[in-house]
Design a protein around this ligand. Structure first.
Ligand code: ITT
Length: 193
């Protein structure tokens, strides 16, 4: 079946399409003729995820899902959290990482987690699926893989940051893949794919 992934983030699209395999035909916003900026004004990750999926369903009538994600750092009271994309005031990953590292200077804890909330709107019926992974913020960026904060996030139990991992290694354990696995299990119960 066709499902639109309501994202403008090419890295999210690549990670999700690699994991979905052939079971669903993934449509992009471009495929459905959506060039609008999707709303993200709720102030929470689940709320923004819902806003993006609802917008596509209401305006385009297409079954779809959205991903809102963020990095939550304990010593920064959960920042950057819902503000992860624009933490430094720009989308530049290097500047966002630098702000996290600067704000963490002198803090005893470097514990953090990545969180993803998917909102699926299937023929108008909405469900949410969450995935997360715990880890820590390393002292300096390491690796060139992934995107966003991946070079400074080292998952618990691993020596490498997400930025140092191969795409399939990140995919095996990531917040996004955990949320996606829950959504795919739900979809397989609902529809004959
Ligand atoms: P869409 O809203 O179009 O999906 P976006 O990039 O604006 O794309 P978010 O609002 O969810 O997505 O912003 C989350 C930000 O958190 C994202 O821009 C990255 O900087 C960061 N992020 C999300 N997932 C990540 C991951 O798997 N690895 C590293 N950083 C991630």
């Amino acid at each position: 079946m066709d499902l639109c992934f309501a994202t403008n983030n090419k890295n999210k699209l690549a990670e999700v399409s690699a994991q979905l395999g052939g079971a669903f035909v993934l449509k992009t916003l471009e495929d459905i003729g959506c060039t609008d900026e999707l709303p993200e004004t709720s102030g929470t990750i689940p709320g923004n995820s819902r806003q993006k999926a609802d917008y596509v369903w209401k305006h385009f009538g297409v079954s779809c899902f959205a991903d809102d994600s963020g990095l939550e750092v304990d010593a920064l009271n959960g920042e950057p959290g819902v503000d992860s994309a624009f933490y430094s005031g720009s989308r530049d990953a290097g500047q966002n990482i630098q702000k996290v590292l600067t704000n963490l200077q002198g803090k005893p804890s470097r514990k953090a987690r990545f969180v993803t909330v998917f909102t699926l709107v299937l023929h108008g019926v909405e469900h949410q699926f969450e995935g997360s992974i715990n880890g820590k913020i390393v002292d300096e960026p390491r690796g060139t893989g992934g995107f966003g904060y991946d070079p400074v996030f080292q998952p618990d139990g691993y020596d490498q940051t997400f930025g140092e991992m191969a795409p399939e290694e990140k995919r095996a354990i990531s917040h996004r893949s955990r949320a996606l696995a829950k959504m795919v299990a739900y979809l397989q119960e609902q529809v004959n794919v």
